[in-house]
Design a protein around this ligand. Structure first.
Ligand SMILES: Cc1ncc(COP(=O)(O)O)c(C=O)c1O
Length: 438
């Protein structure tokens, strides 16, 4: 470890940022206040109101789907999407049971746990599908392999990590061949586009059940919030009903289904409404950040987070990088802490994140893959060669097990990607990273 990073000769001449540079923080523009004020002035502050209606209409129009249902969080949207899929596949569950009881579900492995926890909420069992190096998303080859191992599986949860679309043409073709449904988690990718059958479409239209998030760190925010997106009126009606405690048409509180308090408030919807006109502007700011990093690191032994340039247009929500294997300085991680040492010409995610932190800039490790999380350690994990667990043998040397998610997690990191970071500030961030390789 390098003690006292800010005084270390490696970083001579660089001063800590006075104002913190964030990974990705909310960016308010002013119109949000107008719609929030209107909700308060007119007394429509609960889960009904013009902001909700306009936000749902605006997002459905933008995305190109028939219905958008505004919910309290992206997690709520994913829960109800997963439950709808479970109910369609396996029927209505008893009140104290999930719709996926004892069923396996194929899930993106390199994602935030909110993508896939709803499988557990519904008593299902996630089987994690390894990542591919081209987009850092679900590997279609590993998915194909998973259907060979578990041919009965009928549901797949796919996320678009860091705003980069997954290889949805291949994933949809494989799912169709196995009559499996898709829950699409577009929480991080609002505004990202994908070329499906030669036509450009938005992420959030690519699954059977689709979700976005307006969490504070997302490309636009409502302070919180999420949406369920669909072309099915029945599904939209069902999600709206479940999200408001599943009331039946009776004069009293009458319930035939389990309900949730998951609806978006008209205040939160006011913030989203004010943010919507700024989505494209945020995307181009994020894209410029990604491109400046790429240029700034072009002679370093690193790679920026990749995407399928022919078939996708990411929203560049987070800029990330991996360090080439031969430029990795010694670096080990435990469950909750890590150790690194500096070596000339090399670096590690631990060292770079420590240096950024010391100069008051926020980076983050790559999202730790789900199959490595203690809570999911006993769940199956499928790589493109087959079973991703137990791939070595104490009595046989060799035996390559390519766990792409673990590799990207070990060599990668998320860089400060805040759209309010100035060009000058980003140049300093780039210089801090460059000095780590001296
Ligand atoms: C991939 C992914 N899925 C789901 C979520 C959950 O969204 P929310 O925070 O709105 O519940 C997030 C982020 O928060 C996310 O990054």
């Amino acid at each position: 470890m390098i003690d006292n990073l800010t005084n270390n000769a490696l970083f001579d001449g660089i001063k800590p940022f006075e104002k913190k540079i964030w990974l990705s923080s909310p960016t308010m523009h002013g119109e949000e206040q107008k719609w929030v004020n209107e909700a308060i002035k007119t007394n429509w502050v609960s889960t009904v109101g013009t902001n909700i209606n306009e936000t749902e209409k605006g997002i459905a129009n933008y995305i190109g789907c028939e219905y958008a249902v505004a919910l309290s969080t992206g997690t709520a949207a994913l829960h109800l999407a997963t439950k709808l899929a479970g109910e369609q596949l396996y029927g209505q569950a008893r009140a104290n049971r999930g719709t996926l009881e004892s069923k396996k579900v194929f899930c993106s492995d390199m994602t935030f746990d909110a993508s896939i926890n709803p499988v557990a909420y519904e008593n299902g069992e996630a089987v994690f599908i390894d990542t591919e190096q081209d987009t850092w998303n679900m590997d279609p080859e590993a998915l194909e392999k998973a259907f060979e191992i578990y041919p009965d599986v009928k549901l797949v949860v796919v996320a678009h990590l860091y705003g980069t679309p997954a290889k949805m043409s291949e994933i949809k073709r494989i799912c169709d061949a196995h009559s499996a449904l898709i829950v699409e988690d577009a929480a991080e990718s609002l505004g990202a586009k994908y070329r499906l059958d030669g036509k450009w479409v938005e992420t959030g239209t690519l699954g059977d059940y689709n979700c976005i998030s307006f969490n504070g760190n997302k490309i636009i925010t409502g302070s919180a919030g999420g949406m369920f997106l669909t072309n099915s009126k029945d599904d939209a009606d069902k999600v709206r009903k479940w999200s408001t405690q599943s009331r039946e048409a009776a004069p009293w509180y009458q319930h035939e289904e389990i309900g949730y308090n998951y609806r978006m408030s008209n205040i939160v919807a006011g913030v989203v409404r004010g943010q919507m006109p700024h989505l494209e502007e945020h995307i181009s700011q994020k894209k410029a950040i990604w491109e400046r990093y790429k240029e700034g690191f072009k002679d370093l032994p690193v790679k920026m987070n990749p995407w399928d340039e022919k078939n996708s247009k990411p929203n560049f929500w987070l800029s990330c990088m991996t360090i080439n294997e031969d430029a990795m300085a010694p670096f080990v991680r435990g469950e909750k802490d890590e150790l690194w040492i500096h070596e000339a010409g090399k670096s590690s995610p631990g060292e770079i994140l420590a240096a950024l932190g010391a100069f008051n800039a926020e980076g983050r490790p790559i999202w730790k893959p789900m199959h490595m999380q203690p809570i999911y350690r006993n769940n199956a994990f499928v790589i493109k060669e087959g079973n991703g667990r137990g791939q070595t043998n104490a009595y046989i040397t060799g035996g390559k097990c390519e766990d792409v998610g673990a590799d990207v997690f070990r060599r990668g990191l998320c860089l400060p990607s805040d759209n309010k970071m100035t060009v000058e500030e980003q140049e300093i961030v780039i210089e801090i990273v460059r000095r780590c390789f001296r």
